[in-house]
Design a protein around this ligand. Sequence first.
Ligand code: OOG
Ligand code: MG
Length: 254
Amino acid sequence: MTRIEELARRLDDAALNACAIAQMDPENRLSIEEAYAIQAASIARRIERGETRVGVKMGFTSRAKMLQMGLSDVIWGRLTSRMQLEEGGTIDFASFVRPRVEPELAFLLKRPLRGNVTAAEALAAVEAVAPALEIIDSRYQDFKFTLPEVIADNASSSGFVIGPWNAPSTDVVNLGLALTIDGRLVQAGSTAALLGHPLRSLVAAARLSAAAGEPLQAGWIVMAGGATPAEWILAGQHVSVEMQHLGSASFHVR
Ligand code: OOG
Ligand code: MG
């Protein structure tokens, strides 16, 4: 087993067992390339277990998220079938290390999208847009990590819930959104927080995933990133996002 494979195994085991691990690179020696190689190797383990690739998630596309986590480079992670949770369904608190939730916008693609594309080209590849919730769960103790560490950990990706799909003609530039936990408003924001325009997140996803040799495919989902800081979630809670014009998405925590 190479060192990359060994680190990927550690992260994959931590996710499988819902058991935190120590930071693997506190002195920041891992390069960004090595970090993405670890991520790819950890996802390869999931694919070997029968999961299928369903898309890409973007991270740190809003100032709110950059400030909350103290990192400012846009990153991306790989989404697999097992991460998609049923809308309105129930998740098991015990299956996470220490989960957080954040409101996101999701794109569904109707055709491949690769390389340096314009916002208009990106929009032309969109089949539908939806309000969504991302459940992030760092495999490192206390959600503390360096940039290479969080990249290796698949950008903290753990689960996502997609609300109703809307026509791609829906203007998504500046939609108000509200994140509620047990009916209490915990975060309010706008899709404009996503790089000033959520399509820019899709443009970045097209460029970064093509550069990694895994261009965006028709049928894939792209999660555009958290529009507000993330919130801790606990067993017994009901979590919901309501997005202007698009509808809502929710789940229960058991
Ligand atoms: C890293 C993942 C960032 C987003 O939407 O910005 C992310 C983290 O916050 O743990 O998912
Ligand atoms: Mg996110």
